[in-house]
Structure formats: C-alpha cells, structure tokens
Design a protein around this ligand. Structure first.
Ligand code: FNR
Length: 429
C-alpha cells in the first residue's frame, strides 16, 4: 500500500498562489468564504438540485446547531514553539494519510455536475484525500476506481432489505479497491425535508443516484424478476434480451433514458430500488452478517449517543463516524460536535472516531481533532465546488480547507496533529 507523501506548509503555498494571481487581477473561480461559495453554487445549480444538497430536515434547526456548536469551543493559541514545518498526516487503518480529511459520501452528485462522482474521485486521488463512495452515487464505484490508481477509497453502505444485495455491493467494493466499509445507520428512511417536499422532488424516483444498483448483478436479477411479473394496465412485458440491453444502456448513459418514466424497465428498476433501499428492522445483531462477509474495517456512521458507541465496540466494529447527516434526518437532534466528546470518552482510544456535520473551515477541523476525532469528513462544501468547476472545484475546496487548517496549526503553535488535544481549546458557552 503506497502512502501519500505528507505535504508541508500547504497553507502558505495556497495563500501565495491566490494572492499572486490577484496581483494580476485574477480572482479565485471557487470562492473561499463558505457562504459565498454556497451562494455561487446556488446560482449555478438547478432549483431542485440546490434544494436537495442545501436542505436539511424540518426547520433545519439541527443543521444550524451543527454550525453554532463550533462557537462553544475556542482555540487558545500558543507561542514560540517552532512550527516552521507542519506535518498534518494521520494514520488510519494502516495507511498514513497526508491530511486528517476524507470526502464524505454524498449521493446524487449528478445534481451538481455531469462528471459527478468521477470528478470527485479524481480530485480526491490527486490530493491523497480518501473518497468515500456513496451507495446512492451517480456513477458506479467501479468507474470511479478506474480513475483513482491506488489512491485510497472507502465504500459507504446503506443496508438494503436484500442481504444478498448487501453482500454483492460489499464484494464489489472490495474488488474496486475500497479499504473500509462505512455503514450509515441514520438513514434507513429519509428525513422530513421541506425543501424537497415543497418541490415534490425525490431524485431516486427519477432514476437519479442509483448507479451503484443499476450495475449490480443481484439488483439486475431483482429488476428482471419484477419486470417479468404480469403487469396491470396493459404495459408491454420486456423480453430478457431487452432487459439486458436496457440495463447496459442505463449503465453507460446515466441521466438519459432514465427520465422516461413511461418506459417499463426503468420503472421496474426504480420501483425495485424503492423496495430494496433499506431495512428499518436492522439491529445490532445484524452486524455479524457484515463481519462474516468482509475482512475490511467496518465503521458505523451516524452515531451520536455514547451508549450506541459502547454497543458498537461490543459488536466489534473498527471505527465510528460521529455524524447527524448534516441535520438532514432528525431535526432537533443534538449537534454533531456536541456529541463528539461523549463518544470519544466512551471509546477511549480503542477505535478511531471520525467526525462530520458542519465542517466549513480549517478551524472547524482543528476543533474536531482537539475534541478527539482522528479525522473529519467534508460534506456539502465540496459539492458546491463540484457544481462550480467539476474536479478542479472539488480540489479547490479541499485545498482551501487544508490550507486554512495548516495556517491555524501554525498560528496556534502546533507542528503535528498528534499535539492537538482537548487543552488546545477552551469552552465558552
Ligand atoms: C449526504 N450524506 C450522505 N451520507 C451517506 O452516508 N450516504 C449518502 O448517500 C449521503 N448523501 C448525502 C447527500 C447530500 C446532498 C448531503 C448534503 C449529505 C451525509 C454526508 O455524508 C455527511 O454526513 C453530511 O454531508 C455532513 O454534513 P455537512 O457538513 O455537509 O453539513
């Protein structure tokens, strides 16, 4: 496994590049300020696309609280500590990563850019930032893997109601070189999302965000079985050959004929997806099934209660992602950063704890690390970068975050990530 060379002093490098270009009258194409970035993406995206990405559950109070929680903690900078060379690398499951950052799994990226997950895969690989492929991706994990060389990638799993499909996706992830499986637990049904509801918009019902399924042999069989069932309303029954052809077309032309909902096969695929998407009856006992089917590290994403962290350890998981899905699931749920210290305390260093939900700047990353996260996942900001400039936009957003983290470390007096600790912060409520 080849490790990425730790990059040093990225902060000044990125800063100087931007200021130098500015001296010649060139402004950054991808805004640095998070709110300006989001607003620029909003102008570029369709109404329904932006609503899907920016929206959260209910009155979006948890989404707002995710941000507000960062203002409970303040960095207390230290001086005269030789920070001329900063090493931002961290170790995760036997691999040294150049930065304590991963790309969060985000579905339906075709809403932001036609290159979708492939652009994100390229950008992540270029910077050595692991990309977590979403189960709801717009491009298959196999296609993304082909543009990544041996750069790190993980697979995020939504546990389908078909265990056979779970098994199939996990073995495909292994074959595509994924180095960990992240099981997202907080989305076995979709949250109540007013922005999407007001537009009557669910991407999956239009055949968007189901590329991982369409290319899957088990899913293909389930669709065939469904398509072969007698139909009401006089719909023609597609032949097996037609089914095969259509599935292959669908695989290579995402976004094309899928939108013709009158066509019987896409409808069968969409309906099959809606049937098998997830299983709300899942319990802790089911995790052993996954353990039996993969040797990869298993992380649970969406934990915010310390007792669930304890159960996760009992179940033998290899890592935890503290997250509330960016406030998209339970409005009123505890802000993710407020949940982090309790989980870190419960886990007591036995497995790595990762964090997401609300990371918008380098100082946010610093705070999450100080509270015990081994690394953080970046979510919505990279989607906005993707909408603005494809691969280059994602790379810009990630570099800006790492540059700010680097400068925050330098100015706060930290030369390595390991030195960042709870006493780097002061709590002020
Ligand atoms: C998500 N997230 C998500 N998580 C996951 O495990 N699988 C998925 O397919 C998706 N899809 C998805 C779509 C969109 C549009 C968003 C915004 C988020 C959740 C994601 O991984 C992460 O937890 C949040 O994005 C973190 O919140 P912020 O920092 O983006 O606000």
């Amino acid at each position: 496994m080849s490790d990425q060379t730790p990059k040093q002093n990225i902060g000044r490098e990125v800063q100087s590049r931007i200021y130098r270009a500015g001296a010649y009258g060139r402004r950054p194409g991808v805004p640095i300020d998070p709110t300006t970035l989001r607003n620029a993406a909003r102008r570029r995206m369709s109404r329904r696309g932006y609503a899907y990405v920016a929206g959260s559950a209910g009155m979006e109070e948890t989404a707002q609280a995710n941000r507000a929680a960062f203002t409970s903690w303040w960095i207390v900078p230290r001086m005269l500590r030789d920070v001329a060379v900063r090493d931002m690398s961290v170790e995760l499951f036997g691999r040294r990563l150049p930065w304590p950052v991963l790309v969060a799994p985000i579905g339906v990226l075709e809403l932001a850019h036609r290159d979708a997950d492939v652009a994100v895969a390229r950008a992540g690989a270029g910077l050595g930032v692991p990309v977590i492929f979403s189960t709801q991706a717009s491009r298959s994990m196999e296609e993304c893997a082909t543009v990544m060389g041996d750069a790190p990638r993980w697979f995020q799993l939504y546990w389908s109601s078909s265990d056979e499909l779970v098994e199939s996706m996990v073995s495909r992830a292994e074959a595509a070189g994924c180095e960990a499986i992240v099981v997202t637990l907080d989305t076995h049904v979709l949250g109540w999302r007013p922005r999407d509801l007001d537009l009557g918009h669910l991407p999956f019902a239009r055949g968007e965000g189901i590329a991982q399924y369409v290319g899957d042999p088990v899913f293909t069989r389930l669709v065939r079985q469904r398509a072969a069932q007698p139909r009401t309303g006089g719909q023609p029954r597609p032949t097996l050959a037609a089914v095969r052809t259509l599935m292959s077309v669908a695989r290579h032309h995402p976004g094309g004929f899928w939108h013709n909902l009158r066509s019987p096969l896409p409808r069968a695929a969409i309906e099959t997806f809606l049937d098998v998407f997830s299983r709300s009856s899942l319990t802790w006992q089911d995790l052993s099934f996954l353990r039996e089917h993969t040797r990869l590290p298993i992380l649970l994403k969406g934990l915010v209660h310390p007792r669930d962290a304890a159960r996760a350890l009992d179940a033998g998981v290899d890592g935890i992602v503290v997250s509330n899905h960016g406030g998209r699931q339970v409005d009123g749920a505890i802000p993710a950063l407020a949940a982090l210290p309790g989980i870190v305390e419960e886990v007591a260093g036995r497995v790595p704890v990762l964090f997401d939900s609300g990371i918008r700047g380098g100082a946010d990353i610093f705070k999450a690390l100080a509270l015990g996260a081994r690394a953080v996942c970046v979510g919505r900001p990279y989607v906005y970068g993707l909408a603005l400039a494809g691969e280059a936009g994602v790379a810009a957003v990630l570099s800006h975050l790492m540059a700010e983290l680097d400068l925050t470390m330098a100015l706060a007096g930290y030369a390595t990530i390991a030195e960042i600790a709870p006493d780097s912060l002061r709590r002020l409520d």
